[in-house]
Write a protein that binds this ligand. Structure first.
Ligand code: KIV
Ligand code: ZN
Length: 387
């Protein structure tokens, strides 16, 4: 088991994320997002699936040409044509990678109609071919978590022997659970010959809402690359959210002592840009990047936050690129929050004036979901003109 605590972040927003029905991005938008991911410190950007279309090929090639620090990866199925096309697109990068995959589970083996032995040969041939083109090759047994153990171990060994430098273990259907996710990686590292020479990656989908937990468990089992997307964008229920795994390892470093190269202060901007260009809005209560992730409305919470931010916040808004905590004024807000909000707006009221205004504020808050700054100013101004 490795003692290295650095976890590589592999972002697939532009490939698996873009596969979400309706999330298609334009060429320029893809270039912009890739530039932001590179700047944020993503180690590997999976920029697309070059054989899929002329547009995808061109986007991957441009991203590769413009890359600064990130490795640029292109996806390919297990055939020479896909692999050659992926290589033609990524070869312009300072650091290119080919990622080739085949479905190894019984459900996925049925599709190409190959016997297990025929598939094993194909893995050997295609990984060897990719490795002859590029010295950075990732191989994935798609639907690994529903693949029989013996066959998974056998195919992983073949891919390593053929030259794969990263083995990714996808939970394609979001089927695994944290204990199993950790055990599977640990067992592969312990039992497959050559496994200690390469990097294991985890690639989780969120069908049961466990993608983040499964990814972090895989890291505990020895994986040193997490595959993820901004905002958890991805097919069906999405992929592991980059912001969640990165912030979890930062905030709970005491129990997950791993590091990444991500500048977390860039998270919020990227989240908003990806939401805008993909057209997939972020749910308000989404961890880390939701509109309410750093917002407080209840009186008890606001009171606590005004005394000390760590009463109800386990991370600082600045650490994810937000300027401050959002104190939302609504029917659950108390006097202390009202006083503080008014002070921010430039009004210092005597106790009796505040009590009076508080009654009118509550009446308004009962009618409105959220009381905005302008509403509060109107209340103060009206109170002044009344008396
Ligand atoms: O979920 C999956 O199995 C994939 C592979 C192509 C790695 O996205
Ligand atoms: Zn996937």
């Amino acid at each position: 088991m490795t003692t290295d605590t650095r976890v590589l972040i592999f972002d697939t927003t532009l490939r698996d994320g873009e596969q979400s029905p309706g999330a298609t991005m334009s060429h320029d938008e893809k270039l912009e997002i890739a530039g932001l991911l590179d700047e944020m410190g993503v180690d590997i950007i999976e920029a697309g699936f070059p054989i899929a279309s002329e547009g995808d090929f061109n986007a991957v090639r441009e991203i590769a040409k413009n890359s600064v620090n990130s490795t640029i990866c292109g996806l390919a199925r297990a055939n020479f044509k896909d692999i050659d096309r992926a290589w033609d697109a990524v070869k312009h990068a300072k650091s290119p990678r080919i990622h080739t995959f085949i479905g190894t589970s019984p459900q996925h083996r049925a599709i190409p109609n190959l016997t297990m032995d025929e598939m094993a040969d194909k893995i050997h041939e295609t990984v060897t071919h990719a490795r002859n083109l590029c010295d950075n090759v990732q191989w994935s047994p798609m639907d690994a978590t529903r693949t029989e153990w013996d066959y998974l171990a056998r195919t992983v060994e073949i891919a390593i022997k053929a030259g794969a430098t990263t083995i990714n273990i996808p939970d394609t259907c979001g089927y695994t659970a944290p204990v199993e996710s950790a055990d599977l990686i640990r067992r592969l590292i312990d039992e497959v010959p050559g496994a200690d020479e390469i990097i294991f990656a985890t690639h989780c989908h969120n069908d049961l809402g466990m993608a983040t937990a499964n990814s972090l468990a895989a890291v505990a089992g020895g994986a040193r690359q997490i595959e993820c997307t901004i905002n958890g964008l991805g097919e069906r229920a999405g992929n592991t959210a980059l912001e969640e795994v990165v912030m979890a390892m930062k905030v709970r470093h005491d129990i997950m002592p791993y590091t990444t190269g991500i500048d977390t202060r860039k998270i919020m901007h990227l989240s908003r840009r990806v939401a805008t260009v993909s057209g997939f809005n972020v749910q308000p209560n989404k961890a880390i990047v939701g509109k309410n992730a750093f917002a407080h409305e209840s009186g008890i919470h606001q009171d606590g936050m005004l005394k000390s931010a760590d009463t109800f916040e386990i991370m600082r808004p600045e650490d994810v690129g937000l300027s401050e905590t959002n104190i939302v004024m609504g029917k659950h807000s108390g006097r202390a929050a009202l006083r503080s909000k008014l002070k921010d707006l430039g009004y210092e009221l005597a106790d009796n004036q505040l009590n009076d205004l508080f009654v009118r504020f509550k009446a308004l808050a009962d009618r409105k979901k959220e009381v905005f700054d302008d509403d509060l100013i109107a209340l103060v101004t009206d109170a002044g003109s009344d008396g």
